[in-house]
Design a protein around this ligand. Structure first.
Ligand SMILES: NC(=O)c1ccc[n+]([C@@H]2O[C@H](COP(=O)([O-])OP(=O)(O)OC[C@H]3O[C@@H](n4cnc5c(N)ncnc54)[C@H](OP(=O)(O)O)[C@@H]3O)[C@@H](O)[C@H]2O)c1
Length: 323
């Protein structure tokens, strides 16, 4: 990407999108196209077509999506499948029509089967049943990968689908009704500390294992992929397999270990109690990151440091609790 190329970051106010926009600004890209939802609703096909025809982005990072934790996915499956199918269909199709050079579609590790071997390789896509709690969301994301692949084969586009593991970082959603596991744990620990409680309740048994990626690391990986030289980028777009690449750290830990790390980071020294009546999702989700590491990228932010930075952000931006 040249510094003056027109780069559309869809979803630039989200966790992933804001980190991508920051990374591009840090690298002195001067022509970022950033639209809030009220300026451009990506579910409005005519508006999306108009935007691409008029603003003609060279590169697209598709980080806009309806995203949420287990509870939100279970409660609003129709919204998850409809919104995501509409957003990605509108953007991917308009990107092809307007001649975008490269597009990076962000999916999620929940596209992989619930019980597939660990660590999860890209080739395990569509080899078994999905986790039921976020099936609607996962199927929308799988459709997005299939669209990228189909457009590449039929129209010669260069659309790549990146599957990040669980993300966290500044801008995260700390609303317990909608949040992912890490912000939920940070909030609970901060509130327990502030109110002087001795116990903090964690959903599930604490045994499922999760991999977590700091949003700035994801952004660095996305920009790295978009900047790959043609011959290396083409290796990811072989016609015989989906244009898919995992982004993660390659390391996981149990929810109990994660909760303990969060408590240390936040300064809550009470007891953890596990509510085993609550859903907890897939037993393990660890991505195989050999493909991206072979290209020369690996994550650099430790979980301790990432938790510290995210908690600092939450204290300042959300007034989560006094220090
Ligand atoms: N968070 C994770 O753990 C995780 C893990 C793996 C992959 N991902 C993927 O990364 C991508 C971004 O996730 P995220 O965590 O950054 O989500 P997020 O924080 O919820 O951000 C999503 C962004 O999309 C925007 N958006 C949603 N619907 C829109 C619409 N109709 N028109 C315009 N903008 C719209 C939102 O705008 P508003 O600000 O107006 O709501 C928001 O800025 C998703 O594709 C997700 O699958 C996320």
């Amino acid at each position: 990407m040249e510094k003056s190329d027109r780069i559309f970051v869809a979803g630039h106010r989200g966790v992933a999108g804001s980190a991508i926009a920051r990374e591009l600004e840090r690298r002195r890209h001067t022509n970022l196209l950033l639209k809030t939802r009220s300026e451009l609703d990506l579910m409005d096909q005519a508006a999306v077509d108009r935007f691409f025809a008029e603003d003609r982005p060279d590169y697209v990072f598709l980080a806009a999506a309806k995203v949420g934790g287990i509870l939100a996915n279970q409660t609003y499956p129709a919204d998850f499948i409809r919104d995501n199918l509409e957003i990605q269909t509108n953007v991917i199709d308009a990107a092809w029509r307007s001649g975008v050079k490269r597009l990076l579609f962000l999916g999620s590790s929940c596209i992989y089967p619930k019980l597939c071997p660990q660590p999860i390789k890209e080739e395990y896509l569509l080899t078994g049943p999905l986790e039921s709690t976020n099936r609607a969301y996962a199927i929308a994301k799988i459709a997005g990968i299939e669209m990228c692949w189909s457009y590449n084969r039929q129209y010669g586009t260069q659309f790549l689908a990146a599957m990040p593991t669980n993300l966290y970082g500044p801008g995260d959603n700390f609303d317990l009704q909608k949040s992912h596991v890490l912000p939920a744990l940070i909030r609970k620990a901060a509130e327990a500390k502030a109110s002087g409680e001795r116990t903090m309740i964690v959903w599930g048994t604490g045994t499922p294992r999760r991999e977590l990626l700091y949003s700035d690391d994801l952004a660095e990986a996305c920009v790295f992929l978009m900047n790959l030289a043609d011959e290396r980028f083409q290796l990811l777009l072989k016609p015989e397999e989906p244009p898919l690449i995992n982004i993660g750290t390659g390391q996981d830990l149990s929810i109990r270990e994660l909760a303990e790390l969060v408590c240390r980071g936040v300064g809550f020294d009470g007891r953890l109690e596990f509510d085993t009546t609550k859903p907890e999702g897939t037993p393990q989700k660890l991505l195989d990151v050999a493909r991206i590491q072979a290209l020369g990228w690996r994550a650099s932010t430790s979980l301790e440091e990432g938790i510290r930075l995210t908690y600092e952000w939450a204290k300042e931006s959300l007034a989560l609790t006094p220090a």
